[in-house]
Ligand binder design. Structure first.
Ligand code: NAD
Length: 255
């Protein structure tokens, strides 16, 4: 079956595009015809993603090394995109994220702040900058996708900071949906479960073997399986979907 091609002529910004889920999203969007701006604080990784992107539908992709938790950088990013493409992005995926795991009783304040700064504030800054640009350009449709986590809903031992940041991402996405629907901008949050990526590669085997029985699909997910859902949410196949969180977790903790 031919791959769908739902994103022709669309311009997408993807943060965390240098690795894992973000990279898979960039690849999927490009294969569906979008031009992609790959953003990552690891510039080399962003450039590597860029090399992987197909451009057989006349798209122009770019990569940028930048930290999404700094307002100045995010503003520069949007200005630079508008200068290069003569339009703002109409699709944005905020996938940049970090962990800094520790038990509550031992967590340092700076480790709490760092995770909130990247995961929550970075998502706020990018979502705000892209929506402002869409609104001021008078574009009539946009799709903003944030990446939360299933553990933001249910909690996870050793992830006090991370779960707080991801619960926040879910909340801000719903509020963004309420405020931005009048401009034709849809906002939805993806809640991945355990996805095989550099972020999860250091989870000890014995921990994963305790978690796997709680995953109905009986395995970790693939970044491409998260990207499939992002492509659906970015496309016109989801025009009547906004303000929701979609679990992409293989049925984790359902039973
Ligand atoms: P990953 O570590 O493979 O990729 C994260 C990317 O974000 C990296 O390339 C990193 O350089 C980039 N990044 C980190 N801080 C940044 C910053 N300040 N500015 C710009 N880029 C920055 O992780 P992943 O598994 O692909 O995770 C992607 C997103 O999905 C994250 O938000 C993560 O919290 C979320 N998530 C992942 C899982 C999972 O099981 N892998 C589960 C739930 C949620």
């Amino acid at each position: 079956m031919a791959a769908p091609c739902r994103l022709i002529s669309r311009l997408a910004v993807v943060s965390g595009g240098g690795s894992g889920i973000g990279r898979a999203v960039c690849q999927r969007f490009a294969s569906e015809g979008a031009s992609v701006v790959v953003v990552d604080c690891n510039e080399e990784a962003a450039n590597k993603t860029l090399e992987l992107l197909p451009h057989d539908r006349g798209q122009k992709h770019v990569s940028l090394g930048m930290d999404v938790s700094l307002r100045k950088n995010v503003e520069q990013l949007i200005n630079s995109v508008q200068t290069q493409y003569f339009q703002p992005p109409s699709i944005c995926v905020s996938a940049a994220g970090i962990t800094q795991d520790e038990f509550l009783l031992k967590m340092e304040e700076e480790d709490f702040d760092k995770v909130i700064q990247v995961n929550l504030k970075g998502t706020f800054l990018l979502t705000q900058a892209v929506s402002k640009a869409i609104v001021s350009a008078g574009i009539s449709k946009g799709s903003l996708i944030t990446v939360g986590s299933i553990v933001g809903k249910v909690g996870n031992i050793g992830q006090f900071n991370y779960t707080a940041s991801k619960a926040g991402v879910q909340g801000l996405t719903r509020t963004a949906a309420k405020e931005l629907s009048r401009y034709g901008i849809r906002c939805n949050c993806i809640l991945p479960g355990f996805i095989a990526s550099p972020m999860t590669e250091n989870i000890p085997e014995k921990v994963m073997s305790k978690i796997t029985p709680f995953i109905l699909m009986g395995r970790m997910g693939k970044p491409a399986e998260v990207a499939d859902v992002c492509a659906f949410l970015a496309s016109d196949d989801s025009l009547y979907i906004t303000g929701v969180s979609i679990e992409v977790a293989g049925g984790l903790f359902i039973g």
